[in-house]
Ligand binder design. Structure first.
Ligand code: ADE
Ligand code: ZN
Length: 326
């Protein structure tokens, strides 16, 4: 992608970022070695060669394999700290980061280890930088609903350490409707709610996320453009969409960045934000995504400033913090 350049100085919020998707190959091998874990690749080069993804699932296979390297509280703290230092350098002033507890508890890593590590890493950076934000716990939609419910129960005692819950992993065949009860329970805990919908899945999933899960933002949502009725609804209800251009390119949601629906979405007056999703895997952090779309789609300065402002408005930051950043 084009260098982050001047987009690195635009104050922005990152709202669609999987912290496990910031695990760079070098860090994965370093952590695996110190934890006595063997990754299923000979070296960094062999791992990078696996980054030729064809779709979401082909990426998720590698993403979950690499997580084997993460075992201790310090691993999660370092992962978070490293990402946040990069993000601050890219203009991020507020971040609501996703994490996937089931991908760790299923390997015997306690959920408290994950949360404690991520919060410790966050605190290290926030102590020195103008940075706010927190954690959004994502349920893996391709695992049993009962497991998601158990995961929510397991964090009930520390709901105040979370901003909200989300829904991620393989989308097609796993509709939001499955998680209606789990999301109702999360909302009853006072948590914010978001969900991935309309990345690879149909418009119907966006509709279910809104009507059944009562989400406050849609993650990705690019397939809304197939339905004028859905576009009209998202516009009228001011539902933010956390769009991830380089992710969409790498996972084949679009075959060329020049074909990305982002300009059309802005043209429809949708509340669009630009985010990095899994930057270690998709070739760019958030300002790199801004620069890539500026180059490939010819978005001008004014449009990108609007997108950056949208991210602050679409965040769950307190009103005072938003005012400070706008
Ligand atoms: N987990 C990490 N990145 C994801 C994405 N883009 N879609 C669904 N699940 C994910
Ligand atoms: Zn995502």
């Amino acid at each position: 992608p084009a260098p982050a350049g001047r987009y690195a100085t635009l104050p922005k919020a990152e709202l669609h970022l999987h912290i496990e998707g910031t695990l760079e190959p070098e860090a994965a091998f370093r952590m695996a070695a110190r934890n006595g874990v063997r990754l299923p690749y000979a070296d960094v080069e062999e791992l990078r060669a696996r980054y030729a993804f064809t779709d979401l699932v082909s990426f998720l296979d590698v993403y979950y394999e690499c997580m084997a390297a993460l075992r201790t509280e310090e691993d999660f703290a370092e992962l978070c700290e490293t990402y946040l230092r990069t993000a601050v350098g890219q203009g991020v002033r507020h971040v609501e980061m996703f994490f996937d507890p089931q991908a760790h508890t299923s390997r015997g890593v306690p959920v408290d280890t994950v949360i404690d590590g991520l919060l410790a890493g966050f605190a290290r950076v926030a102590a020195r930088e103008d940075l706010t934000g927190g954690l959004i716990l994502c349920f893996l939609r391709d695992r049993p609903v009962a497991e998601a419910a158990e995961t929510l129960e397991s964090v009930r005692h520390r709901a105040s350490d979370l901003i909200g819950v989300g829904l991620d992993s393989a989308e097609v065949g796993f509709p939001p409707s499955l998680f209606e009860g789990v999301f109702a329970a999360a909302r009853a805990l006072g948590l914010h709610v978001v969900a991935h919908a309309g990345e690879e899945g149909p418009v119907k999933y966006i509709e279910q996320a809104l009507d059944l899960l009562h989400v406050e933002r849609i993650d990705h949502g690019v397939r809304c453009m197939e339905s004028p009725a859905m576009v009209a609804r998202l516009r009228a209800e001011r539902i933010p969409l956390t769009v991830c251009p380089l992710s969409n390119l790498r996972l084949g949601v679009v075959s060329d960045l020049a074909d990305h629906p982002l300009p059309a979405m802005l043209g429809e007056d949708l509340l669009v934000t630009i985010n990095s999703d899994d930057p270690a895997y998709f070739g760019g952090y958030v300002a790199d995504n801004f620069a890539a779309v500026a180059g490939a789609l010819g978005l001008d300065e004014e449009q990108l400033e609007l997108v950056a402002r949208n991210s602050i408005n679409a965040s769950f930051a307190p009103a005072g913090r938003k005012a400070q950043l706008l």
